[in-house]
Ligand binder design. Structure first.
Ligand code: F6P
Length: 360
């Protein structure tokens, strides 16, 4: 009998179900006696013993279904070693539930924080396999994460829809794209949507440069401008403060009256050049709906390869996509690292060549 646990942790995305289906189908096609236990709502289910035995029919018809059939929640890695409000040792509890169910391994789908906890469980002696999920595409050691391509489609649609109304009204529009720490999604959606200005956390902006780019467009006879701004976009001034003192930076952020960075940028543009600016925040729509065909294929491949690793009893890896090949990457080599946009990357240089401003 092969017994496998599964959990989805952190922010959801479109292709979690597709990935779990890939694993389940890869196992059930090759093993006669199989039990798959879904821990409910992320690590919470593994900590508190909240799980259900999943049958093959649970994995049918979910290739195209967004969200996650076993639920998700955020369980910050930095609190994993802190007992809960009743004094429960979370790591010990997870180990106990793993052993109680007599699991051969647990398949953990999630982003950076989730991966760190997966590695911690590996260090604690559990057999784990990690599948790289996030619309942010910021997991180190894989070229792409699932959810990213689906989110690009949605963020691009948002920019496309704004384009027509921006042109009609000769307005400046900001579309705020998800990504607090990294700008992959903003960069790709910005390029795909033909944004004129792209602001990323990795390339701090100067508001003067942003205004100059808008004014240049006006001089060139373009009545409207679209900015794709990452949630985590940061001004050069704030980036300097952050470098100097995290505490001071946090204090400054708390005092800001804006709901998000886009509203601050909008206000500053209006003050500096007197242009009307509108802000659109597609928010969590970027994580919703069906996965794109790319993500369905990616997840089927990653899931099948995860199943292969389990069949070989080869544990402790993230199943990654590298140069269009699925590879097993040791968790200890990647956990805790972030994949950020390199400001000198070819794609950024090419975007700049086409006249896109990054506000730097
Ligand atoms: O899962 C990644 C992500 O969608 C980020 O892009 C975003 O900054 C964050 O999660 C939002 O988190 P929450 O859903 O907890 O508001």
């Amino acid at each position: 009998m092969l017994r496998v646990g599964m959990l989805t942790s952190g922010g959801d995305c479109q292709a979690l179900n597709a990935a779990m289906r890939g694993v389940a189908k890869g196992l059930s096609a090759n093993v006669d006696e199989l039990e798959i236990y879904g821990f409910l709502n992320g690590y919470k289910g593994m900590i508190y013993g909240d799980y259900k035995l999943l049958s093959p029919s649970d994995f049918s018809g979910i290739l195209t279904k967004g969200g996650t059939i076993i639920g998700s929640s955020r369980q910050p890695f930095k609190l994993m070693r802190t007992p809960d409000e009743n004094g429960l040792d979370k790591v010990q509890a997870m180990k106990q539930n793993y052993y109680k169910l007599n699991l051969d391994c647990v398949v953990i789908l999630g982003g950076n924080g989730t991966q760190k906890t997966a590695n911690l469980l590996r260090e604690e002696g559990l057999n784990v396999i990690h599948l790289p999920k996030t619309i942010d595409n910021d997991i180190f050691g894989t070229d792409v994460t699932f959810g990213f391509q689906s989110a690009i489609n949605i963020a691009t649609d948002a920019i496309d829809y704004i384009h027509t109304t921006a042109a009609s009204h000769n307005r400046v529009f900001i579309v705020e794209v998800m990504g607090h720490k990294v700008g992959w999604l903003t960069l790709y959606a910005g390029l795909a949507g033909g944004a004129d200005i792209i602001l990323l956390p990795e390339i701090p902006y100067d508001i003067k440069k942003v205004c100059e780019a808008i004014e240049k467009r006006t001089r060139d006879g373009k009545g409207f401008t679209i900015l794709a701004v990452a949630e985590g976009a940061i001004s050069k001034k704030d980036a300097e403060l952050l470098k100097k003192s995290k505490k001071e930076y946090k204090k400054k952020m708390e005092q800001k009256p804006y709901p998000s960075v886009s509203y601050e940028i909008a206000k500053k543009i209006e003050e500096k050049i007197g242009t009307e600016v509108r802000v659109t925040v597609p928010g969590h729509t970027q994580r919703g709906g069906s996965p794109t065909p790319y993500d369905r294929i990616l997840c089927t491949r990653l899931g099948a390869s995860a199943a292969q690793a389990i069949l070989e009893k080869d544990y402790g890896y993230m199943i990654a996509m590298i140069n269009d090949e699925v590879r097993r990457v040791p968790l200890e080599n990647v956990a805790g690292k972030l994949k950020m946009v390199d400001p000198n990357a070819q794609i950024v240089k090419e975007a700049k060549l086409t006249g896109i401003s990054f506000g730097d």
